[in-house]
Design a binder for this molecule. Structure first.
Ligand code: F6R
Length: 592
């Protein structure tokens, strides 16, 4: 799960390294534990790589000093081998003849490595990647023809991967096999990238390679083939990316900027997909079984759907974690529909879940932010979140856009729901929370040294408790657990003592739930713990209170996540973390 970039400028006075560094900065969301660049100059491969973010490594090693109009770059999220300079990409073949950057996993790398070792190849890193340049070189040495050497190489690799190889004859080879790779075309030459974000303003048109395809790029042009060697004619599309959005504005971090953007992104969610809401409605109402899938935050949205669908539409929807999909073989056939939720549309688990349902003839509907993503390509219909790029690794605005789309969809089933006309009330409430962050900041002060946090919610507030806990884990590195409030007495209560803080989500949206929660709070208090209540109504049982503005009852889940996003953000800063780039994570998880 990394970003790979390749660049071949048509003008030999333009250095590839400049283009690569700009791309790598924007692609760090895919992995940011180490970076590296290789260029070709005077028939020599020049290489610099190191541990850390692009800005850190660039400052230390001056990556931009590497000359040459052709080059490849990489930002890493370690899968095989620790976070070390040796394991950082690019990796070179024997005799430094081929350099490779790679995203994904070569599952049979140990067998290939042993075989290559038996032929005298020495490996320097612990990565699976290093087999690629060595395998390619050993085949190229025998075949001496690039196209057939690539075909032979990929026939020996197993796994889901994409890679770019730079050869000394000034060509780039880009290979796509179930990991993204896009070819960008522009007046200055060619750029290969994992994501359109990697393209600069000089790329005007793009070609999305399909799986099991590769492209050979050199100064004469480019040729695309499938893994059998058949030439492929793919049409290019205009690049419609807006480059201006890549900016923190007056905020210190993307995360807090994106939390604030929710007052507009909620209103914009799905507005370019009005016809698709009808398509979703028609497909869902004719389906015998409906499942909904996602990972991480997007799965928490799916869990919200589990509570909202029966309540508003009177129908059941079953959430399945994307990574667990394989265990539900009997659910899928031509009578079932799977809704996939994803910010990136590139999460490997989600794509695999969709492929699993598709193979069994189920229909696929997706709710997704990146409308050029692989998920969109695999779907029968999709609704776009339309919340703009989410740069912060922790999902914030995409979550509330996903939930809003669920509400908008439910309005189709039950017009009395009146989502669209009431969303202004929701964003007004969120504005109020954002305009007075003092209650949150005061609580962060109390929480900054705790090791554990428990978050309780019932009904549709339970998924919010899970999502709140996920945000706190990711950004603060504090262990946080979202618990269905009624489950507390069935075990977790054993963890509660007088050093514990428990956050209780308790808006007054249903009197019986409200009263049950207050009873739970009392049980917790009797064990000495402190209660932080998140509610539109104060209760004396709370040691601390984060007030929620009033909204129509059904919409509380949409606003009550915001205090958690703020707690996670402020606590992360309090604890000296970088909220935009939490340790060990990446924005887009493109490995299984
Ligand atoms: C949490 C987070 C992750 C993602 C998950 C799925 O803040 O960002 O848990 O939600 O990796 O990603 P998408 O939605 O891109 O499929």
């Amino acid at each position: 799960m990394c970003s790979i970039i390749g660049c071949l400028h048509s003008d030999s006075n333009l250095d590839a390294s400049i283009t690569l560094i700009e791309s790598m900065r924007k692609m760090e969301y895919r992995g940011y534990d180490s970076v590296g660049i290789a260029t070709l100059n005077d028939n020599q491969i020049l290489l610099k790589k190191g541990v850390g973010r692009v800005s850190v490594v660039n400052q230390k090693l001056s990556l931009n000093d590497l000359n040459g109009e052709i080059g490849i770059g990489h930002t890493r999220w370690a899968t095989h081998g620790g976070v070390t300079e040796l394991n950082a990409h690019p990796h070179l073949s024997a005799e430094d003849k081929i350099a490779v950057v790679h995203n994904g996993i070569i599952e049979n790398h140990l067998d290939l490595k042993n075989d290559l070792k038996s032929h005298g190849i020495i490996f320097k890193s612990e990565t699976d990647t290093e087999v690629i340049p060595n395998l390619l070189l050993s085949i190229l040495n025998k075949k001496n023809e690039i196209k057939s050497a690539v075909i032979k190489t990929v026939s020996k690799l197993t796994g889901q991967y994409s890679f770019i190889a730079m050869l000394k004859n000034k060509s780039l080879i880009g290979v796509k096999n179930h990991e993204p790779l896009i070819l960008g075309l522009g007046p200055d030459g060619y750029v290969l990238s994992s994501d359109i974000l990697g393209f600069s303003k000089n790329v005007n048109d793009v070609i999305y390679l399909d799986d099991e395809q590769f492209v050979i790029v050199n100064s004469n042009g480019y040729s695309i083939y499938d893994f059998k060697g058949n030439p492929i004619n793919l049409t290019s599309t205009k690049l419609t990316k807006t480059f201006e959005t890549w900016d923190k504005g007056h905020y210190d971090h993307f995360t807090i900027k994106e939390i604030h953007e929710q007052t507009s992104t909620i209103l914009q969610s799905g507005i370019h997909s009005l016809n698709e809401f009808n398509t979703f409605f028609n497909i869902l109402k004719n389906s015998k079984r409906i499942y909904i899938t996602g990972s991480g935050t997007s799965y928490n949205s799916a869990l919200v759907a589990k509570y909202l669908f029966p309540k508003i539409a009177g129908m059941n929807i079953e959430p399945i974690l994307s990574s667990e999909m394989n265990f539900f073989e009997n659910c899928f056939d031509e009578h079932s529909t799977l809704i996939a939720i994803s910010q990136s549309g590139e999460s490997a688990d989600v794509l695999n879940a969709v492929a699993f349902a598709k193979e069994r003839n189920s229909r696929i509907l997706s709710i997704v932010n990146t409308t050029t993503s692989s998920l969109v390509k695999s779907s029968d219909s999709f609704i776009g979140l339309n919340c703009g790029y989410e740069v912060g690794v922790a999902a914030t605005k995409s979550f509330t856009s996903q939930i809003t789309i669920l509400y908008r969809l439910l309005e189709k089933f039950n017009p009395t729901q009146k989502t669209t006309s009431q969303l202004n009330l929701v964003v007004d409430a969120i504005s109020k929370i954002l305009n007075d962050q003092k209650p949150v900041i005061d609580i962060c002060n109390k929480l900054k040294d705790v090791d554990h946090l428990y978050i309780l919610g019932r009904g549709a507030h339970y998924p919010i408790a899970k999502e709140g806990a996920l945000k706190i884990k990711e950004l603060t590195y504090i262990h946080a657990e979202g618990i269905a409030a009624g489950e507390l007495k069935h075990g977790p209560l054993a963890l509660i003592d007088n050093s514990t803080y428990v956050i209780m989500i308790n808006p007054k949206d249903d009197s019986s739930i409200y009263a049950d929660n207050i009873s739970n709070a009392s049980e917790i208090k009797s064990r000495g713990a402190k209660i932080i209540g998140i509610s539109n109504e104060y209760d004396q049982i709370y040691d601390y209170w984060i007030p929620l503005p009033d909204v129509p009852k059904i919409f509380y889940p949409l606003i009550e996540i915001v205090p958690f996003q703020l707690i996670a953000y402020h606590l992360s800063i309090e604890r000296g973390n970088d909220p935009d780039y939490p340790r060990n994570l990446a924005k887009s998880v493109t490995v299984k």
